[in-house]
Design a protein around this ligand. Structure first.
Ligand code: AMP
Ligand code: MG
Length: 313
């Protein structure tokens, strides 16, 4: 149900102007990006950032991604190693988040780092997100625009379903194009770590900077909770046949699927459909079976989300 308490407007000049003014005044604005919808606040305003945690019910130990226009703006806040710079030059603007050491003189709120001495930074490529960042003229903290632990929002109406009444404004630019969150890369000294698989496939990053390690501790990856992205319905993965009481979320040539992530077996299409189809099935089903998804390319991110969505809550 759309919540009348939150205004939704298209991402045209008027909508962008209103969104920018609300952000500058310390308010919360949900905005489109090429990955998923973000829940934005002025990243230099501690109270505004605190309001993000409250609206989402996000645990305070889970730090936020800060959005900037590009590398030049990011340098004001974090230190780039040569490898980090190579990644930013290749993948920004785009769906890659880099966790880098905070500069001592950054005006960023300490809350975005949740007590760590690093900040996760990303330059989104979506034209509405870029236009918004330009209009605000400040870095914008933006986790996914959904209640913590629940299914990610990839349209403005998903945001209204999740957070209506809890945010000041929703900027609508249709469906997020990629539909799955950014890949998050951190560093242990000089060693690059894959903190979260995402829209940039691991292979493309490893081609540029060599093999990626896995985080050795929860501190390196505080947001990767076992249960996350969870629908209300129970979820069973790698399902061959449908069991009684289940509906099937298919992939490729799956037989008897209620919805199919990609009948042609295209992983990009499947990623773009994943959260919207989980939300759609969750409206009526109590038990969702999901076809096997290949674990290559963006499939690694899809399987990561599905495993967490199916994890005991
Ligand atoms: P979300 O914004 O909900 O898509 O999640 C952002 C992801 O980035 C979470 O998994 C966070 O834990 C992770 N992240 C953000 N900031 C940091 C940081 N400073 N160090 C490590 N991980 C981070
Ligand atoms: Mg999220």
């Amino acid at each position: 149900m759309m919540d009348v308490l939150t205004k939704t407007a298209p991402a045209d000049a008027a909508g962008l102007g209103e969104a920018a003014r609300i952000l500058q005044a310390g308010g919360l604005v949900a905005f489109p990006t090429e990955t998923v919808y973000g829940l934005g606040a002025d990243a230099t305003n501690g109270q505004a950032v605190a309001a993000i945690f409250a609206a989402k019910g996000r645990p305070l130990f889970n730090p936020l991604i800060v959005h900037v226009e590009g590398l030049e703006q990011a340098r004001r806040h974090v230190e780039f190693s040569p490898r980090a710079q190579a990644l930013a030059e290749k993948f920004w603007p785009g769906p890659l988040t880099l966790v880098l050491p905070r500069r001592k003189d950054t005006p960023l709120s300490l809350l975005v780092s949740a007590g760590l001495d690093t900040v996760a930074m990303r330059a989104p490529s979506h034209p509405a997100a870029q236009a918004l960042l330009k209009a605000v003229g400040r870095p914008v903290a933006g986790p996914s625009a959904n209640i913590s632990g629940q299914v990610t929002a990839t349209t403005a109406s998903h945001v209204a379903d999740s957070l209506g009444g809890k945010v000041d404004f929703i900027l609508d630019a249709g469906s997020a194009t990629l539909g799955i969150e950014s890949t998050v890369i951190g560093f242990d000294g000089d060693r690059p770590l894959l903190l979260r698989p995402g829209a940039v496939p691991r292979e493309e990053i490893e081609d540029l900077i060599g093999p990626l390690g896995r985080p050795g501790s929860l501190i390196q990856s505080p947001g990767m909770m076992a249960s996350h992205y969870a629908p209300r319905a129970a979820l069973r993965l790698n399902a061959g046949e449908i069991e009684s009481g289940e509906v099937l979320l298919g992939f490729g040539d799956a037989v008897g699927a209620k919805l199919n992530l990609s009948p042609g077996g295209d992983l990009r299409e499947a990623a773009a459909n994943l959260f919207a189809m989980l939300r759609a099935l969750d409206k009526t089903a109590t038990s969702i079976a999901v076809s096997p998804i290949p674990d290559t390319g963006i499939g690694e991110a899809i399987n990561d989300r599905l495993r967490r969505a199916a994890a005991p809550r």
